[in-house]
Design a protein. Structure first.
Lengths: 198, 418
């Protein structure tokens, strides 16, 4: 049984241990015989935590940046909105920047650092996330007496460039097989996430 | 005595030389051969199936009711067009004896009984269809074949993505602003003709376009095989691709890259020269190898749907009003599509293909979506035993009651899942 811990065993046979295999009818892997696995949706991410105001002076309100960490100019900035945004740094005599508001399901913004003015005012705490929908975990439990996943492909989000529909159980989940990621962004010059026309 | 023996040896050598010269000058006519062999059938198509077909053809030739298979493999769509035209022409049509010996003969306009391609009919460009098509033409899916993206065995690379392939094929290696490291030397990208199944599969995987031609393909304008200093070298066959990568990799193991079928990449000789990269399809977050490791041949990630560069082969044959081909052709094709004949199954597996009974997934079209599949007569355990030589992956048995796993059924002396 030397190969018992191979990937193949784990994925083709070990799953059998999760399910009692009863008497088998002469059926294939069909959706009728093997109900589509349901997915468990986790609602609401953790809201961002409020922040500690900065100790710098009060200043004007800066513009809103779009995501990322904004740096205060002469006046304090608000942190950008985004998945993980942080408040800006207060400018001279500025109020501390406002913590960024988080995107749905993202991380709440962190507080700004107050400016360096004489009568500084602490930055406003970031707005916590309201809890959006994080990526749905894929149900990797096989179904039916022949250990099937969904038997018909369907669209997933985000859709791959090609093909338009896939089963998530095969595409990016439900496997402990060794793999080697290829980082398109760092390896393909000019990669923007889409395929440029020939 | 010694002198006498030497003279005989020289005479024999001379005789062989004359025979060889004559053979080189004029191959035997297939029409002459077929008159002397039992039940000849003629087919044409791509070379991806040739190694497997040779094993099955030898088995048939040695059976108690022998069939002799003649096979012409000028390329998938080229061969398929000959089948549609019912006219096989080639100076080196292959046929096999029972011990697997390869012989060749000359055919000129010989009728075609069947065809095989990795790709479906629709992926061949500019086919000339016979009158009445598709009436009278049948199609059957057969064993799964993989396509492998290969690099020099000494390359440090481990994976490639579909977008990276797209950039390489579409803009050329080292294209300004669109290069893909480290495959930046144009002449070291080894391509195949656009009519080859190997190229079409890669083109679909990269761009969902089987007609996508490699940028500045040296053979695109009739220049034929060879390198032109841009993108790349057009290999006339799979062995040439492997040889070119090996040769170019001697001084620069990082930059050569190409693609061949799994059965070509997985031979002992090939694995001493090249290695297969993990492939990361569009939308995938990680690249997977066809096998669970570089040192095995279990095709685990193909059979479970993680490695995406695979497709079932397709047999084609003329059929009667009953939807069936001639009895001899039907018997031949069934060896690839059904599971009753264990020796044929063993030969198909040993040749590097994956019979459908070992698959747990199926897919739509050439490289479409993957879904679960439960073969009616599963052979995953038998596949692993034959393909890897490891016979204790599954429980051995002679009857169902030997199997301790609930629901398991004894098939081909192994306890399969059901």
């Amino acid at each position: 049984m030397a190969a018992r811990n191979s990937f193949e065993r784990k994925n083709l046979h070990l799953l059998l241990s999760l399910f009692a295999v009863g008497a088998l009818a002469a059926q294939g892997c069909t959706d009728a015989a093997n109900p589509v696995p349901s997915t468990t949706v986790v609602t609401g991410g953790n809201g961002g935590s409020g922040n500690t105001g900065g100790s710098a002076g009060k200043g004007g309100k800066g513009g809103t940046s779009s995501g990322g960490t904004s740096t205060g100019g002469s006046t304090g900035n608000e942190g950008g909105t985004g998945d993980v945004s942080s408040g800006g740094t207060g400018g001279s005599s500025a109020s501390g920047g406002k913590g960024g508001s988080s995107a749905s399901g993202g991380k709440g913004g962190s507080s700004a650092t107050g400016g360096t003015g004489a009568v500084g005012e602490g930055g406003e705490g970031g707005v916590g996330a309201e809890g959006g929908a994080p990526p749905e975990p894929v149900d990797c439990d096989v179904r039916g007496d022949r250990n099937c996943y969904r038997c018909e492909p369907h669209a997933i989000s985000p859709a791959p460039i090609w093909p338009e529909s896939v089963n998530e159980q095969f595409h990016n989940a439900c496997s402990d097989a060794a793999c080697s990621p290829f980082d398109n962004a760092s390896r393909i010059e000019g990669w923007t996430g889409t395929l440029p026309a020939p | 005595m010694l002198e006498h023996g030497r003279k005989h040896a020289l005479a024999a050598l001379f005789g062989c030389a004359v025979t060889a010269a004559a053979g080189a000058a004029r191959a035997q006519e297939c029409t002459d051969i077929e008159a002397t062999v039992p039940k000849p059938i003629f087919g044409a198509g791509g070379s991806a199936i040739t190694a497997t077909l040779r094993q099955v053809a030898a088995y048939l030739a040695g059976s108690s009711d022998p069939i002799t298979v003649f096979w012409n493999d000028p390329g998938a769509c080229t061969g398929y067009q000959q089948y549609l035209n019912n006219s096989i022409t080639n100076t080196a049509v292959k046929y096999y004896s029972a011990d697997g010996t390869l012989n060749t003969c000359n055919a000129s306009g010989h009728p075609a009984d069947f065809a095989h391609m990795g790709n479906p009919h629709d992926f061949c460009q500019n086919l000339t269809l016979p009158s009445g098509y598709p009436d009278g033409f049948g199609t059957w899916e057969s064993a799964v074949q993989t396509m492998n993206i290969i690099v020099d065995k000494d390359s440090s690379q481990t994976s490639i993505s579909a977008p990276a392939l797209y950039y390489l094929l579409t803009f050329g290696a080292g294209a300004a602003g669109r290069s893909v490291a480290p495959w930046t030397v144009p002449a070291n990208v080894i391509v195949r003709p656009p009519t080859a199944f190997a190229h079409q599969l890669v083109a679909v995987a990269a761009a969902n376009n089987s007609a996508l031609q490699a940028y500045d393909d040296p053979g695109a304008n009739g220049a034929g095989p060879g390198a032109n200093g841009r993108l790349g070298f057009r290999g006339p066959n799979q062995d040439a691709v492997i040889t070119e990568i090996d040769t170019r990799g001697l001084n620069d193991p990082e930059s050569p890259i190409g693609y061949v079928s799994g059965s070509a990449a997985d031979t002992t000789t090939a694995r001493s020269k090249i290695k297969t990269l993990a492939f990361q399809a569009h939308g995938q977050e990680c690249g997977y190898w066809p096998d669970s490791s570089a040192s095995t041949l279990d095709k685990a990630n193909v059979r479970t749907g993680k490695y995406e560069l695979w497709t079932p082969g397709h047999f084609y044959a003329r059929v009667g009003t009953n939807g069936l081909p001639s009895a001899d052709v039907e018997r031949f094709i069934k060896l690839f599509t059904e599971t009753e004949d264990t020796e044929a199954l063993r030969r198909i597996i040993a040749a590097g293909d994956v019979p459908q009974c070992a698959m747990r997934v199926k897919r739509e079209g050439l490289l479409g979506a993957i879904s679960s599949y439960a073969p009616p007569d599963p052979c995953a355990c038998y596949f692993e035993a034959v393909a890897t030589g490891v016979t204790d992956v599954c429980q051995s048995c002679t009857q169902d009651s030997d199997c301790t796993l609930s629901g398991a059924v004894c098939r081909r002396n192994y306890c399969e899942d059901y």
